[in-house]
Write a protein of this length. Structure first.
Ligand code: ZN
Length: 169
């Protein structure tokens, strides 16, 4: 899960994506359920630099540090007149090791099979199945948090130049 911070009315980059029917058959299939014979579709995304994508855990830490932490809600917006305040908070956060340290999370690793076993029967053979997938969590280091905060600061700087609010969610 991740949170995308996007500048409103960002210029969009359009890319033509060829449909799988064209890739497979060499030409559009008239009754293709995906492209309905058009042979593909236009894929739109904000131009590079106009959006920043953070994992939920990172977004939550960054929002708290820059004074926008609002409980568990990971969506909202940064209005234009709010931006100078947020950028001051960003400076303060980057200068405060104490508040960044409060958000650190160690990397963790959960080996597979941690959730017990169950027995499955296949014909006359009983098989012991270990449950629980292997989980690796990169954690949050001070460097990563600082890098995320810098990327949000650059996004706000661009939003101020474009005079557009930022939405996130
Ligand atoms: Zn198609």
């Amino acid at each position: 899960m991740s949170v995308t911070f996007t500048i409103t009315n960002a210029p969009e980059v359009k890319t033509w994506c060829e449909c799988t029917c064209v890739i497979n058959m060499g030409q559009p299939i008239p009754d293709c359920p995906i492209c309905k014979g058009k042979g593909g579709h236009i894929y739109q995304e904000p131009a590079p630099g106009y959006s920043v994508d953070l994992a939920n855990e990172s977004a939550r830490a960054v929002l708290r540090l820059i004074g926008l932490g609002c409980g568990d809600d990971l969506w909202g917006n940064i209005d234009i007149d709010e931006m100078p305040y947020v950028r001051r908070r960003i400076l303060m956060a980057l200068n405060s090791n104490v508040s960044i340290e409060a958000e650190l999370k160690p990397a963790s690793h959960t080996p597979g099979g941690h959730a017990g076993i169950r027995i499955e029967h296949h014909d006359n053979i009983a098989e012991i199945v270990h449950m629980g997938a292997r989980v690796h969590n990169a954690g949050l280091s001070s460097e990563r948090i600082r890098r995320h905060i810098h990327s949000i600061d650059r996004l706000i700087e661009l939003a101020q130049r474009e005079n557009q609010p930022i939405t996130f969610g």
